[in-house]
Ligand binder design. Structure first.
Ligand SMILES: [Zn+2]
Length: 396
């Protein structure tokens, strides 16, 4: 896109504000901790440093619809591992449904279709959607996908970090003794899962999949697919980013690639910043996401303060870095096949868009780069809702 010249910042801001208020904004990936929807993480107004999103922040930031994520960490592929994954999945569904059905039904509603999203938005409320992250949540039992669909799941991320029974991951897990490529792509169970997702009207999500698995899944799916939170290797060659081949395959399949505002995927992270983050994690005994969730309020405040110091010293990627990925994807795949995701509460968030409250800043940068309102509406949710509608239409 060509930058917009001869405009003062205040003109640009006013124009961006007006566009942002009119378009329907959808963020396709927001994680939730296990205590979401309880006293320690009130979805309406989270304590400072507790999370990057709450309903007040969504309203303030003009973030209209969010896919809340039923995330399941990759574990052992045995009966105990599958049982744990299923239990983790049900707990996340319960947390999201507690927010929409029990705690704040007047503020946010569960959307089960693209039409629901538009209707709920039209009624002046926020929309919650549900995506699953990691097909490990199915164990080996495809009937669970029907159950998850009934609970509201509308996309299924086939993989997370670590290979599973559906296919190879973009990031193998040494802890689980992963080889670089275990299956060489999508497995027969993965194929059956894609077919069942198509039948039910669940969008197939190839983020976190190895490119081999992603390309297999795109070929196997009779409906358009999504990458719910991935940026592009064409700008920064990270294992989690989409290759040009995968991006064009998503275009040809009618799908959408949701660029993600995740610092480490957008540009190289300096050695100093990495070392500082590592030192902080060691000091506070944080080996993984679960340890972070268990921090006391006091320790979380301390963590938050130290993270801010590190961010000041060695800044995170900016909204401009993020928009570089959007530009690249639009140039390669076209404006109809690109969207936006934050990965808030899951490692996402960048300088300028580190909280739902700051969502306007993304639109400001898009306007600055010369995107018009129609294009911004597509990027901010129009494309995703079109794909969702197509997937619904092709369901059995
Ligand atoms: Zn993820």
């Amino acid at each position: 896109m060509t930058p917009v010249p001869a405009d003062s910042d205040s003109d640009l801001l006013a124009r961006a504000r007006a566009i942002h208020a009119r378009v329907l904004t959808v963020d396709t990936h927001v994680d939730i901790p296990p205590d979401f929807g309880t006293e320690t993480y009130d979805p309406r107004e989270a304590k400072r440093g507790r999370g990057q999103i709450d309903l007040v922040g969504m309203e303030h930031g003009g973030l209209d619809a969010v896919f809340f994520i039923v995330y399941v960490g990759q574990g052992e592929r045995d009966a105990a591992g599958y049982a744990r994954a299923m239990a983790d999945a049900f707990a996340k569904f319960a947390a999201i449904r507690r927010m929409t059905d029990v705690q704040y039904p007047e503020a946010i509603s569960l959307a089960r279709s693209a039409a629901d999203v538009r209707r709920i938005h039209g009624e002046g409320r926020l929309a919650a959607l549900i995506g699953i992250e990691n097909g490990h949540a199915l164990g080996r039992d495809l009937r669970l996908l029907d159950t998850y669909f009934d609970l509201g799941a509308r996309y299924l991320g086939l993989l997370h970090n670590g290979h599973n029974d559906l296919g190879d991951s973009a990031v193998p897990y040494p802890r689980l003794k992963d080889t670089p490529a275990e299956h060489g792509g999508l497995t027969d169970f993965g194929r059956a899962t894609v077919a069942r997702a198509n039948d039910l009207g669940i969008m197939v999500d190839v983020s976190h999949a190895a490119m081999t698995t992603a390309l297999d899944a795109i070929r196997a799916s009779r409906a358009p697919v999504i990458a719910s939170h991935s940026s592009v290797k064409g700008v920064y060659d990270h294992p989690r980013n989409l290759s040009d081949e995968a991006l064009t395959a998503i275009r040809d399949n009618g799908g959408v690639a949701q660029m993600v505002a995740f610092d480490a995927y957008l540009r190289p992270v300096s050695g100093e910043r990495q070392a500082a983050l590592r030192a902080l994690r060691t000091e506070m005994g944080i080996k993984g996401f679960a340890d972070f969730q268990r921090l006391s309020d006091g320790k979380r405040e301390a963590w938050h303060a130290r993270r801010q110091e590190i961010d000041r010293e060695w800044p995170k990627a900016s909204v401009k870095d993020f928009a570089d990925h959007i530009d690249y994807a639009v140039n390669l795949a076209g404006i109809d096949h690109v969207g936006i995701a934050s990965d808030f509460n899951g490692g996402g968030g960048i300088a300028g868009w580190d909280n739902a409250r700051d969502t306007l800043n993304v639109t400001v940068e898009l306007v600055r780069r010369g995107y018009g309102e129609d294009q911004i509406a597509l990027l901010w949710g129009g494309n995703l809702l079109r794909v969702m509608e197509a997937v619904e239409g092709l369901s059995a």
